[in-house]
Write a protein that binds this ligand. Structure first.
Ligand code: CP3
Length: 356
């Protein structure tokens, strides 16, 4: 790495906040900032001929990652991909049917785990990492590049259920009936995710985020076993290989389990969902010493107007003096007007000037 490269890295605001710094204006990026609400995304997806083809075509995946950066100038870009690349690469082929979400041939017992083959992942992971490498070349030097994977529990809910569900019943049943077998599945996912994230970091990701979108349906004991413990092992193993790369956790729906999650996993940042009170976000930043990210309701961004302005201001005010990353509490939804995103950006960026 050249000296110039090292110096320009220092301007990455998201990295500064993940390192514990407090900035006058928080860095901002939005989950699912690339996606169907943007006409240019829909055009590129059409060109690719499908969602998974888009993920596995580095030039097009890089293009859709860059689209929201060009339009809005976010402080971070998140690799365009999906959490289900991991089971797909392991050999449990995934398909995305238009309007129906993901479909996988479910694995519902320990005897079927031999369908997952970690030695097969190389080719598909290499395509994703080629996207990462292109992005690091093409992004402005001050823009942080976020790599990601799904957390073992959330990915397991799709591996076992074969599709999305509101209660993750199939995975919960498997875990209760055969905890040893379920642990084997979780272990495969932890080991594969550590390799996958390491490869993304080696290709140029500055930080990585672990999405546990379905953490919220588990009782406290199971939350500790299937959310906190596997994430803690994942973070520990990753930091053995890449000690200086910060990790962001996102235990969506964790509620009062969030503080223990942060302390036990060793994450450097935590994504907060829409239901997390601002007071609790402050407590996480103060008592656990992590950067906090979130938690505007994506539907408020659809509505826009004064209610959105008020909540933006409240959030910025509440998080003053703490390491804060401005974001939503969950991903942007397809019916979000692109103008509302522009208005959100302007308001966040103006805040420090107004309140200096
Ligand atoms: O911009 C970004 O945030 C990066 C890209 C990204 C996608 N998926 C693109 C995507 C990221 C980080 C994800 C993570 C992901 N994928 C999660 C965790 C975060 C969350 O939203 O809770 C989950 C649970 C998935 C699984 C998944 N992928 C589902 C359930 C679906 C179908 C639902 C839907 O929104 O269509 C997807 C598809 C998907 N992943 C799309 C995008 C842009 C839509 C695909 C399309 O173009 O039709």
């Amino acid at each position: 790495m050249t000296t110039a490269g090292t110096d320009s890295k220092k301007n990455r605001k998201l990295m500064q906040v993940l390192g514990g710094q407090v900035l006058p204006t928080p860095p901002i990026w939005l989950m699912r900032q690339a996606g169907r609400y943007l006409p240019e995304y829909r055009a590129t997806r059409g060109e690719a001929g499908g969602f998974l083809k888009l993920c596995y075509t580095p030039s097009l995946a890089a293009e859709v990652t860059l689209q929201p950066i060009r339009r809005y100038g976010f402080d971070a870009a998140i690799l365009f991909s999906d959490i289900l690349i991991v089971p797909d690469a392991l050999g449990q082929s995934v398909s995305f049917l238009e309007g129906e979400g993901p479909k996988l041939d479910p694995i519902q017992s320990a005897a079927e785990l031999n369908r997952l083959d970690p030695s097969k992942t190389g080719t598909k992971f290499a395509l994703i990492c080629e996207t990462v490498a292109r992005l690091r070349q093409d992004l402005p030097s001050e823009t942080t590049l976020i790599g990601f994977c799904g957390a073992p529990w959330t990915v397991a809910t799709y591996v076992v259920g074969g599709e999305g569900s509101s209660d993750q019943a199939a995975a919960r049943r498997f875990a209760y009936r055969d905890p040893k077998g379920f642990q084997q599945l979780i272990d495969i996912l932890v080991d594969t995710s550590v390799d996958y994230l390491s490869q993304q970091i080696e290709a140029g990701a500055d930080t990585v985020m672990v999405f546990d979108s379905w953490a919220g349906t588990l009782p406290d004991r199971e939350f500790a076993t299937w959310v906190t413990a596997p994430t803690a092992r994942l973070v520990r193993e990753l930091k053995k290989r890449h000690p200086n790369v910060p990790v962001i956790g996102f235990p969506r729906g964790a509620g009062s389990n969030a503080l223990g999650f942060v302390k036990e996993t060793g994450v450097n940042g935590v994504g907060c969902d829409t239901a997390m009170p601002l007071h609790d976000m402050r407590v996480l930043a103060k008592d656990a010493g992590v950067a906090v990210q979130g938690n505007i309701d994506p539907l408020l961004l659809v509505a826009g107007g004064e209610a959105l302005d008020r909540r933006i201001d409240e959030t910025l005010q509440a998080m003053r003096g703490l390491p804060h990353i401005f974001n939503l509490g969950h991903g942007i939804v397809p019916d979000t007007p692109p103008d509302h995103v522009a208005r959100l950006m302007e308001r966040v960026r103006a805040f420090a000037k107004v309140h200096a």
